[in-house]
Design a protein around this ligand. Structure first.
Ligand code: FMN
Length: 199
């Protein structure tokens, strides 16, 4: 898992509602990834980027990196700095939350040619939201990795009751988390080298 290239991983908290669960697994996976050498990990909380619903006459791909709202520009800047993305996304009606889809839609070039992985939970471990997010990410020219972290509702309940939710995630998901992060890092390294070669 070690890499000679310094990589920046953005962990994106995909829900913003009051009392949300997403911040718990986001904190845990960010802390887990931070333990790997050569990785800088930052949590991007969509609550900190209250973007309007998409209202531009242009598509994000037509904006050439010049965004019409301050919050969108600030979010795009953070995405541009990332080499890989971990989306921590719930499943809302078999898809991803609207607030996350809106954030994805607002940015284009900054997502391109970077890998992404998903942490989700729910009735079928968030599988439908993971698949939805993978399809969207392909259109944004991201590289979705094979592995994902799926949590059933009993983990959600246990984490909600635990004083330190990270201990619940760590116990139940550790081997999966290891291969999830190492797969993401492998692609992040290769794609970063390829992006730099192209410059
Ligand atoms: C609008 C809405 C739709 C939901 N739809 C689903 C669903 O389709 N499948 C599922 O497994 N859970 C569904 N749930 C339950 C969520 O998985 C659960 O509430 C989870 O905690 C949501 O993540 P959050 O707390 O970060 O918002 C839904 C919850 C909400 C609020």
């Amino acid at each position: 898992m070690e890499t000679s290239v310094n990589l920046r991983i953005n962990v994106i908290v995909g829900s913003t509602r009051e009392g949300r669960f997403s911040e718990k697994p986001a904190t845990w996976i960010a802390d887990f990834a931070k333990k790997q050498s050569g990785l800088e990990v930052e949590i991007l909380d969509l609550r900190d980027f209250p973007m309007p619903f998409y209202d531009s006459a242009k598509t994000a791909s037509q904006m050439g990196g010049v965004y019409p709202h301050e919050t969108v520009a600030a979010f795009a800047k953070k995405i541009g700095e990332g080499d890989a993305f971990i989306f921590v996304s719930p499943e809302y009606n078999h898809g991803i939350p609207a607030v996350l889809k809106n954030a994805l839609d607002w940015v284009y070039a900054e997502w391109n040619q970077k890998p992404m992985g998903v942490v989700s939970w729910g009735g079928v471990g968030g599988a439908r939201s993971v698949e939805h997010l993978r399809l969207v990410s392909i259109e944004l020219q991201m590289m979705p990795i094979r592995n994902a972290l799926h949590m059933p509702f009993d983990i959600v309940m246990a984490a909600n009751q635990a004083e330190n939710p990270s201990t619940v995630f760590a116990k139940l998901e550790h081997p999966h988390a290891e291969s999830f992060v190492s797969q993401l890092v492998w692609w992040a390294r290769i794609l970063k080298l390829a992006r730099e070669e192209k410059k």
